[in-house]
Design a protein around this ligand. Structure first.
Ligand code: 5RP
Length: 225
């Protein structure tokens, strides 16, 4: 069993019968989805799921997990997802993919949000290893970029995989991948991007994680907010 699988299985021990579970997106979240399906099949676990992305929804469906649409829920019991960066204060950077809007909605709607990751995701500050993905309304991208540059950010629109066009998120937004001065603390950065017109959502998950399960060499450590 690899580290990602181990930490995902540990997260699944929080799941109880009757829960509405949010499914994250990414390789670690995939192991969690597989474990839910295994417990449903082997132990008769009864849960309903809601997915943060089409890819996770497809996986859940193919594994016969009951799934409801995001527009039909107002709260969930538990959300389990990975992260790209995790600071000592439990601020996260997420959204390497195209689904950070749904991911943040589920993180906020959850009674408990558990993050599953290995130690490679631990950083001292947000933006240490990755640029910050900022989804923008397409017609606003230039004005939004200028507003962010005015506070010292650098970056540009994310190109598509073939580099012959622009990356479009699942919700039809463009993505600005921006780097900020590392001296700006996570709360200030979160507020600053939240208050920038044209921004749909961004990858900083501030004050949302309740529990972080970190795995290294087969040992899972639990951090709590
Ligand atoms: C997707 C995410 C993922 O959870 C994050 O990229 C971690 O992925 P992985 O578990 O594959 O390392 O935020 O938007």
């Amino acid at each position: 069993m690899n580290n990602k699988q181990l930490v995902a299985i540990q997260a699944a021990t929080y799941v109880k019968d009757g829960m509405l579970i949010g499914l994250g997106t990414g390789s670690t979240a995939n192991y969690f989805i597989e474990e839910l399906a295994r417990r449903q099949r082997d132990d008769g676990l009864k849960v309903t799921t809601v997915a943060s992305s089409t890819i996770s929804a497809n996986m859940a469906q193919s594994l016969h997990l009951p799934i409801v649409a995001l527009e039909h829920i107002s709260r969930i019991d538990l959300y389990v997802d990975g992260a790209d960066e995790i600071t000592p204060e439990m601020t996260l950077l997420k959204g390497r993919g195209s689904d950070l809007v749904k991911e943040k909605l589920l993180a906020k709607a959850a009674t408990q949000f558990i993050v599953v990751a290995d130690t490679s995701k631990l950083v001292s500050y947000i933006g240490q290893n990755f640029v910050i993905p900022i989804e923008v309304i397409p017609f606003a991208w230039q004005l939004t970029k200028k507003n962010l540059e005015d506070v010292g950010a650098e970056g540009d629109l994310r190109p598509n995989a073939a580099k012959d066009g622009l990356w479009i998120s699942s919700h039809g937004s463009y993505v600005l991948d921006m780097k900020f001065d590392k001296s700006i603390d996570a709360k200030t950065l979160n507020d600053l991007i939240n208050n920038t017109p044209g921004v749909v959502e961004h990858g900083i998950f501030y004050g949302l994680a309740d529990t972080i399960l970190i795995v290294e060499n087969g040992i899972v450590t639990e951090l709590r907010a």
